[in-house]
Design a protein around this ligand. Structure first.
Ligand code: ATP
Length: 619
């Protein structure tokens, strides 16, 4: 790609803000970049050798031109002419073959380094807590995984090797020029800086154009990610925001093409200047060389002048590349900095070094004076304490936003408490092996996520080695078997993107079946708040009731029947447990629960068609 030149809004230099965004190239950063390369030091040495040999070989034909002219043509010696021509051909061929080998080794190194980086990044991101995924834009995460790491590949295959090969070519060409004739060599050195001024300006603006283009691309990715997702499109359609979204996209897209045009035109102007100087340079050398030969009786031959002109031509490219390399280098360092930023993000929820792996789990849970906040200045849970013994169940009820989901998030350590402790089977969850903990805690969320695949694939996610019979049993228990068997493809029915080809109720029953296959010691069920019809509701209820009976469970309940199935009711308000006990007592107490009962559960009551007071008491 030709280096762009000038033309960036008429500014040739970086603004203060742009300068401030440049990465700080510290020795520590450099050490870290090189530490990515060190595992491949053998291949790097091979590349280096290839670059040195090919850079020298590529210049040899220019140097041999002198001999071809002086000894072959002017000396009228056919055998020498053929010999030098054959030699030129051989070294050119050799240089090209070596370059092929070099680019193979180089690409191999780049691919292996980026392979390592992608894997490390993926593994690291998998360890990040939910906080990371809720607070970072999905588009940004994907750009770092794909765009930035591909950028690194580019850096290794082009920037690093270009610095090396250009420096070597330049040094060899200059040495050869000085050995031929120092006056003409000096003249060459004076001509070269004449075209460096505009290219330097170009180089400086290139950084800012690249940065702006990157920002624009990020923005476009963000828009596409949000609007092209199923729920995003649903929102757009239902609110009739197509025009608004289109205009937003069109604006960024417009900005991007303006930047691209600027980039391409900058390259165009640069080529005009470059071609002017590449033509003037040889003319000056012929003129001064001619004067030296004719007027000052210099020992200079026609062949020498031709060699010098040829060598001068060979220096333009490397000088130009090296002048722009500063920007290229900065861009590379910025890429590494962005990637390392992700690598350095602390893993909030990590396995303790001496994590405990108990032999079995009973599913008992205890919250002791738990405080929690997602953001430092807003406390969500305040002094939450409760215990759930093995085999029992609790229902958590409370107004929307009171912190019910937050409480259950702390059990499988989607987040860690900021105060107090959560214990599972008598051990603080932070001391338990994460894999053990999560294997023994099964969660059915409100909006269950199904991967785009078949029902079978989604079920096997919980237990990859489940037998057909186990799958069918789990589906039967989750009350979804009839539905599945009624489908032409049975278990191999596709669920669509995020399971959206299934109804809300079917989706939740498939996810109940999935959690049943996992067979956790503790079952957490976050009941959907979304209105399901009463048939769907009762089918879920039929599935969930026996489960609650048979295992330790926590239910975030919105329906009376679920609440009544639990052994204890915890009432949460503004992050605190304000009431606890049995349904009848809580209604009598006339507090928050009684109010919720009046306002929220009455609909459920109508559906269930039975007065709560007639419900048999639990415990
Ligand atoms: P609902 O019944 O509507 O699901 P809930 O009782 O489960 O509500 P939570 O989801 O636990 O409520 O939310 C409790 C509070 O924490 C809310 O005020 C919410 O705004 C806040 N909150 C939830 N998730 C996050 C998050 N990832 N980052 C910051 N704040 C959050």
């Amino acid at each position: 790609m030709p280096p762009p030149l000038g033309g960036h809004g008429g500014r040739g230099f970086m603004s203060e803000e742009e300068k401030a965004s440049l990465p700080k190239v510290t020795p520590a950063l450099l050490r870290r970049v090189f530490s990515c390369l060190t595992p491949y030091w053998k291949q790097l040495i091979l590349t280096l050798l290839c670059i040195i040999v090919s850079s020298v070989f590529i210049l040899l034909p220019s140097i041999l031109t002198g001999k071809i002219i002086d000894e072959g043509l002017i000396g009228r010696d056919l055998s020498k002419l053929i010999f030098y021509l054959a030699l030129s051909f051989a070294v050119t061929l050799g240089a090209n073959l070596i370059q092929v080998a070099e680019s193979y080794v180089n690409t191999w190194i780049a691919q292996h380094i980026t392979y390592d980086m992608r894997n490390t990044m993926f593994a690291h991101l998998q360890k990040m807590s939910q906080r990371f995924f809720t607070s970072n834009n999905q588009g940004d995460i994907i750009t770092r995984m794909t765009g930035d790491i591909s950028g690194v590949e580019q850096v290794i295959t082009s920037t690093f090797s270009s610095i090396l090969s250009n420096s070597i070519t330049l040094v060899v060409a200059l040495v050869a020029m000085f050995r031929k004739n120092w006056i003409l060599a000096l003249l060459g050195i004076i001509i070269v800086p004449a075209f460096t001024l505009p290219t330097r300006r170009a180089g400086k603006t290139r950084w800012s154009i690249t940065r702006e283009t990157q920002e624009c691309t990020d923005e476009i990715n963000g828009i596409l990610n949000e609007t092209m997702s199923v729920s995003g499109q649903l929102l757009v359609k239902l609110f009739g925001r197509e025009r608004h979204e289109y205009e937003k996209y069109r604006d960024v897209n417009g900005r991007l093409i303006r930047l691209r045009i600027k980039e391409s035109m900058a390259g165009r102007w640069f080529r005009v200047v470059l071609s002017l100087f590449t033509n003037i340079g040889p003319m000056l050398l012929y003129l001064v060389g001619g004067i030296l030969m004719m007027k000052y009786d210099s020992a200079l031959t026609v062949g020498d002048i031709t060699v010098l002109v040829a060598l001068l031509g060979r220096t333009y490219g490397p000088v130009n590349s090296l002048l722009n390399i500063q920007v290229e280098w900065m861009r590379s360092m910025a890429l590494f900095t962005r990637i390392f930023e992700y690598f350095d993000m602390p893993v909030e929820v990590d396995n303790a070094p001496d994590a405990i792996v108990p032999k079995s789990a009973s599913g008992s849970v205890r919250f002791s004076h738990v405080n929690f906040s997602y953001e430092p200045d807003r406390q969500i849970l305040k002094d939450v304490s409760f215990r759930l013994d093995s085999g029992n169940s609790v229902a958590i009820v409370g107004p929307s936003g009171s912190g019910k989901s937050t409480i259950i998030n702390l059990i499988p350590r989607l987040y860690d408490v900021t105060g107090g402790s959560v214990t599972f089977d008598g051990v603080d969850v932070r001391r338990l092996d994460l894999a053990f903990l999560r294997r023994n805690v099964g969660v059915v969320t409100q909006d269950s996520y199904l991967f785009n695949g078949t029902i079978r694939e989604n079920l096997l996610y919980a237990k990859p080695d489940a037998t057909e019979q186990e799958l069918l049993d789990a589906c039967a228990k989750a009350n979804i078997l009839d539905f599945i068997l009624a489908q032409p493809d049975g278990l191999d029915t596709m669920v669509g993107n995020r399971g959206l080809k299934l109804s809300g109720g079917e989706k939740q029953r498939v996810s109940i079946a999935r959690v049943l296959l996992k067979d956790p010691a503790l079952l957490i069920f976050d009941e959907a708040t979304s209105a399901l019809d009463s048939i769907s509701e009762s089918r879920i209820q039929e599935a969930i009731d026996p489960l609650i009976e048979s295992r330790t469970s926590i239910l975030i309940a919105h329906r009376l029947s679920t609440i009544l199935a639990a052994d204890e009711i915890l009432v949460v308000k503004e992050g605190q447990i304000v009431e606890r006990g049995q349904h009848r007592d809580l209604v009598k107490a006339g507090g928050v629960y009684a109010e919720l009962y009046e306002t929220q559960f009455s609909r459920a009551l109508e559906n269930e068609d039975r007065p709560p007071d007639e419900e048999p008491e639990k415990n």
